[in-house]
Structures are given as C-alpha cells and as structure tokens.
Design a binder for this molecule. Structure first.
Ligand code: HEC
Ligand code: HEC
Length: 381
C-alpha cells in the first residue's frame, strides 16, 4: 500500500499549547470514499429501539425483574450458577474461557452481552430470532443450567420478591397464567434487562465524530497507527464488508475458515433447523406483535448448504477485552485473529465467503496498525 500522506494543516494544529491532547498527532488525508466508510461505523450510541415481539421491552419494571433473575443461581438445577456465572459483568459479560462450562462442557465461546439487543439473530448459529427466546434456552439446556420450564415457573411463583416484581412488570396475576406463560414472561424480563447493557463511547467514536464535524484538532488525538489500521480495515483488508455499521457487524453470517468442512459444529446449518423447529420462534404463539410482520425474516428462511460452517459475524466493539476469540475460542489473541486472516486457506471457505475474502498478506506494519485500530474500539473516549 502507498505510504499515506499527511495533512500539513493538521500537523500545525497539534502545536497549539496546553489544549492539545497528549497523544496529539496528525490526521491522514482520507479520501471522500474513505470518510464515508468511516462515518458509516457510527454514530454511537445508536438510537434505542424496542422489540415488538416482547411486551416487556423498554419496561423498567420488567428490566428489574430480569436483573434479579440474571443474577439468581436458583435458576439453575442445584443452584449451580446464574447467567452471570458465564456472562460476568466485570468481563464485559463473558467468562474468559475458550469454551463455556455449565452443567457440562459446551463447544462454543461465551459471547459478550453488551449491545446484544441490536442484533437480528441470536447465538453464534442464529438458532434464535429474539432476545427473549435466546434467554430461555440456557435455562433448559442440559449442558448449561439444566433446569426446566416448571422449575422456573415455580421459582418465580414461589418467591414473594419475584411475585411482587412480576406483578408490577406485567400487571398480571399468577392465577391467570399457566407455567409456560410464566416461563416465557421470565425470558421476556431477562431480555428487558439485557436491553440495558450497552457499551460506552470509544476513542474511535471520538475520531469518527470529529471527522464528521470537520474538527481536525480533535481528530488528531486519535493515534496515527489506529488511523492507518482503520484505513486497512475499510480498504485493502475488506473487513468492513462483514464487520459493518456502528456495531462492526452486519448482523448476518459468514465463514472465515475456523471450522473446516468436516467440523462437527455446522454453525448456521444447524441453527436454521433449530430456529424453525422452535416453539418460541417469532412464528409461534408467544410473539407479542399481533400482525406478525416482525416474523417475516424467519418465515423467509430456507435451509441451504452454504450455511454449513457459517457463524454470525461478531461485533468488534470492546473486542480487545474479550479474549479468546471465534465461536470455538481457538484463537487466543487479536494478533492470532489478524494472522489468521493474513493466511486464509481459500479451500476451507464456502463459496459464499470467497468473494469477500482473500489471503491478505499483510506486512508486519499493517498487522500492528490493524491491532492498534481494534484496540481503539475498547478504550474510553
Ligand atoms: C454455561 C455458561 C452459560 C450460562 C449459564 C448462560 N450462558 Fe448465555 N451463552 C453462553 C454461550 C456459550 C453462548 C453462545 C451459544 C451459542 O451460540 O451456541 C451464549 C449465548 C447467549 C446469548 C446470545 C448472545 C448473542 O450474541 O447472540 C444470550 C442473549 C445469552 N447467552 C443470555 C443468557 C442468559 C439470559 C442466561 C441465563 C438465563 C445465560 N445466557 C446463561 C454461555 C452461557
Ligand atoms: C466474510 C465476512 C468477514 C470478513 C470479510 C471479515 N470477518 Fe472477521 N469475522 C467474521 C466471522 C463470521 C467471524 C466469526 C467466525 C467464527 O467464529 O467462526 C469473525 C470473527 C472476527 C474476530 C473475532 C471476534 C470475536 O469476538 O471472537 C475478529 C477480531 C475479526 N473477525 C476481525 C476481522 C478483521 C480485522 C477483518 C479484516 C482483515 C475481518 N474480520 C474480516 C466475518 C468476517
């Protein structure tokens, strides 16, 4: 890649006395196309949306109920652990393990729950189409909390604290409800709580907004290495083809050659089947939107061979703080991830992944720059 030229005016601005930020540098001369690509990764935070499939969405009383459930070890059989045992708040709601461990060993890495409500599909394989349905799965999964619908409904109905929160959240009395209805409403409260989990603004966001406002002085606080990495990310690296938008994920699925063709975990291929078979999908009886317009993407889903080996494109916000990486936790560091992209084996990739991906043959400097950029998605503004 050609050596980037610097804007002379930006260099001058950085000599302005005490007001200049400590890390003050310069601003690369991004082209109009590059600027548009950078601006498309914001603004942050995005506007709050409510989930039309969930009557508890955006309801603070339901979020309070969901918060209590999220941290309650009694949700698991033998009180073995809560949602927060794996989704630990102090670790951005991950567990730091390669693959999660609940009642048994899981084969996937625990994803962060920050910004989770902005997703369209849930789980690495898209096995759920709503946050509330995804929240019910670990409760009954034998390898996770290994509990049951009935035990969950009894826990909520049998505890005075829960009864009070539940009635406040839903303005409903337990007498009117069967066990499954209570179970689903517990999941919807868990979702209402998780909707409140958002990540803050980062050094990248400050740079992006400064660029949008044409403020060279503020923009020049963003380290040059991160700017060069950003240029690779939106350009030669083609990363933003999939890691698009404010969350750095287009929300769909891709195959970047982590699980080979013979892998036991077929990813989206199994996920589509699980989703279509689920009683709790948006086509089922518990979608709170009467018109069911929100179920159109699920209704249109067809199982296709290319789904084999596809996993949901992860958001990259906060990515430096959530080692290890990928659906199976097999890459220990961000450098390992970038090295993986640099040495991609095209034979391992499905036809759908090929147009977006080529081995990138980064030089050492470019790898360091990409890492500086990825780290800037974690640091505070
Ligand atoms: C044993 C560890 C463990 C426990 C306990 C657990 N989770 Fe998870 N969670 C995971 C793993 C692993 C995944 C990824 C699952 C997959 O893709 O197959 C996940 C995925 C999720 C997702 C989807 C995130 C995304 O990016 O799509 C949500 C939401 C979630 N969990 C919420 C919860 C809630 C709510 C609870 C408690 C009711 C809970 N989890 C309990 C490990 C756990
Ligand atoms: C074809 C779409 C696509 C492109 C292009 C792409 N990625 Fe990814 N990325 C993915 C998918 C899918 C995963 C998850 C793969 C898995 O777990 O099997 C992923 C995972 C990651 C992760 C790990 C995140 C985590 O939480 O585990 C990082 C970091 C990452 N990509 C960075 C990049 C960078 C940097 C580039 C450009 C060099 C890039 N990606 C290009 C789709 C893509």
């Amino acid at each position: 890649m050609a050596t980037p030229r610097l804007l002379r005016s930006a260099v001058v601005v950085c000599t302005l006395g005490a007001a200049a930020p400590a890390a003050c540098g310069a601003v690369l001369d991004f082209t109009a196309g590059e600027r548009a690509a950078i601006l498309a990764h914001g603004p942050w935070p995005p506007p709050v949306r409510t989930d039309s499939s969930n009557r508890a969405s955006g309801n603070p009383a339901a979020a309070a109920l969901g918060r209590k459930l999220f941290f309650d070890a009694r949700l698991a059989r033998d009180e073995a652990g809560s949602c927060a045992s794996c989704h630990q708040p102090e670790r951005r709601f991950t567990d730091g393990l390669a693959t999660a461990r609940g009642a048994g060993p899981l084969r996937r890495n625990t994803p962060s729950l920050l910004n989770v409500s902005l997703q369209r599909w849930f789980g690495w394989d898209g096995g759920h189409d709503s946050l509330w349905a995804q929240s019910l799965r670990p409760i009954v999964s034998p390898l996770e909390m290994n509990s049951s619908l009935l035990d969950t409904a009894n826990l909520v109905a049998g505890d005075a604290g829960y009864r009070e929160l539940f009635e406040r959240a839903y303005a409903l009395s337990f007498h009117a409800l069967d066990a499954e209805a209570v179970f689903v409403l517990a999941g919807k409260a868990l979702a209402a709580y998780q909707e409140t989990l958002r990540s803050g603004r980062t050094a990248f966001d400050a740079f992006r907004d400064a660029l949008a406002a044409g403020d060279q002085h503020l923009a020049s606080a963003y380290p040059l290495a991160a700017q060069r990495g950003l240029r690779v990310f939106i350009g030669a690296g083609r990363c933003s083809v999939c890691h698009a938008g404010p969350r750095f994920s287009h929300g769909q699925f891709g195959n970047v050659g982590i699980a080979g063709p013979g892998a036991a975990d077929t990813g989206r291929y199994q996920g589509v089947q699980d989703l279509l078979a689920s009683r709790y999908n948006l086509l089922g009886p518990y979608n709170d939107q009467a018109s069911r317009i929100n179920a159109a993407p699920t209704r249109d889903l067809r199982l296709q061979l290319r789904h084999r080996g596809e996993f949901r494109v992860p958001s990259l916000r906060g990515v430096a703080d959530t080692t290890p990486y990928m659906h199976d936790g097999t890459l220990a560091t961000l450098r390992d991830v970038v090295d993986h992209y640099a040495r991609l084996d095209l034979e391992e990739l499905s036809a759908s992944a090929r147009p977006a991906l080529e081995p990138l043959h980064f030089g050492d400097g470019q790898i360091d720059d990409l890492l500086a950029f990825l780290h800037s998605l974690s640091t505070d503004e």
